[in-house]
Design a protein around this ligand. Structure first.
Ligand code: NAD
Ligand code: IPM
Ligand code: MN
Length: 351
């Protein structure tokens, strides 16, 4: 079997972590008995500065031919974020109907949480984030720019299809895991979109009587992810709430440098995209100290999605083994002094 994977390193540490991960991606494929062909597209902010666009006009058609996409990160300190992200990453999620964003937060053995009293395995939850609509909808506009009566409108859109899809995927996962689902909402303040969201959760819940459903307002959920992160199993949240809660989930389980994610096209008609949760980290870009493990774990999720469960498990287990080894190299975000390359070289010996 040969898979054709598109690489979009992007910007900043995105390039560093994707480049570093490539040899491991290939090692795991070889062990798993399949072949990976990668095509690298150097799209992103440098291209924007030279040519005026983040991606070529036919980018979506080009990517559509691939089995999956591995993305590093997008974002440049000299270009407004809404220009870079609306020019590259967000349009891919939408064009390929990647409605489901799956983001696990796991406290691995050997990793210290900034929260007191938690050990490896105590924190293990997954956020299902709606990924193509909600607060990230491109509906709105600006009028009367520069005038005192200037107005900006940004409309959140919740469709039945989009909401049911993310909610159903979350229930499926909860049924397979510990049978506990937290619906993250804000229906006390947002009486249209979020009340609709809650109704969809209640409807879908009837199909999963074995899943216990808890409803938390997003402000309380933020507090409880710090107060009792060990009690969560599956959370389902809108696009913006899911974005915020997954950085919180990343840090309570040790570092954003360990947080992977999957943007899934559930119908399988277009490629899914895998990427670390973190951004291009301009504050450390170029220093060779970015943690590559979030990207390695994202490749594990990619292989799992392609049905290569054994390669996926090999990668996940190798990361877990490295983190559990107190003598293994670690990047500074985990309290170590090693660089990206040292972590990757060590990891290759553990496959
Ligand atoms: P960020 O995730 O890039 O960085 C936040 C903090 O975490 C920084 O201190 C950074 O050094 C640290 N960090 C992140 N990844 C790390 C890693 N692998 N190893 C060690 N430390 C790591 O978030 P930000 O600073 O808010 O955003 C920077 C740029 O990235 C912005 O342009 C933003 O829009 C963009 N961004 C892109 C994505 C994406 O492409 N998926 C995600 C988030 C932010
Ligand atoms: C993420 C990022 C993106 C998001 C930004 C860069 C648009 O923060 O993938 O978490 O909000 O989805
Ligand atoms: Mn984010």
């Amino acid at each position: 079997m040969t898979y054709d994977i598109a690489l979009l390193p992007g910007d900043g540490i995105g390039v560093e972590v994707v480049d570093a991960t490539l040899p491991i991606l290939e090692d795991a494929a070889e062990r798993g008995g399949f072949t990976v062909e990668t095509t690298r597209y150097d799209w992103g902010s440098e291209r924007y500065l030279e040519e005026g666009s983040m991606m070529p006009d036919d980018a979506i058609e080009t990517l559509d031919g691939h089995d999956a996409i591995l993305l590093g990160a997008v974002g440049h300190p000299d270009i407004p974020d809404h220009v870079t992200l609306r020019g590259m990453m967000l349009p891919i999620r939408k064009a390929f109907d990647q409605q489901v964003c799956k983001r696990p937060s796991v406290l691995f053995d050997g990793v210290e949480s900034p929260l007191r009293g938690y050990e490896g395995g105590d924190i293990d939850f997954v956020v299902f984030r709606e990924n193509t609509e909600g607060e990230y909808s491109d509906a709105g506009g600006r009028e009367h720019r520069g005038h005192p009566h200037e107005v900006a409108v940004q409309t959140a859109i919740y469709t039945r299809r989009g909401t049911e899809t993310i909610v159903r995927e979350a229930f499926e996962a909860a049924a397979e895991r510990d049978g506990h689902l937290t619906n993250v909402t804000k229906s006390n303040a947002q009486a249209h979109g979020m009340v609709f969201w809650d109704e969809v959760v209640e409807e879908v819940a009837e199909e999963y009587p074995e899943v216990e459903v808890e409803r938390l307002l997003v402000d309380a959920a933020s507090m409880d992810l710090v107060r009792r992160p060990d009690e969560f199993d599956v959370l389902v949240a809108s696009n913006l709430f899911g974005d915020i809660l997954t950085d919180l989930g990343a840090i309570v389980s040790g570092s954003v440098g360990l947080a992977p994610s999957a943007n899934i096209n559930v119908e399988g008609h277009s490629p899914s995209m895998f990427e670390p949760v973190h951004g291009s980290a301009p504050d450390i870009a170029g220093e060779g100290v970015a943690n590559p493990l979030a990207t390695v774990l994202s490749v594990s999720m990619l292989y799992d999605h392609l049905g290569e469960e054994s390669a996926a498990a090999d990668l996940w287990d190798a990361v877990a083994a490295q983190l559990a080894d107190a003598d293994a190299p670690r990047t500074p975000d985990l309290g170590g002094e090693s660089g990206t390359e040292a972590v990757v070289s060590d990891l290759r010996t553990r496959l």
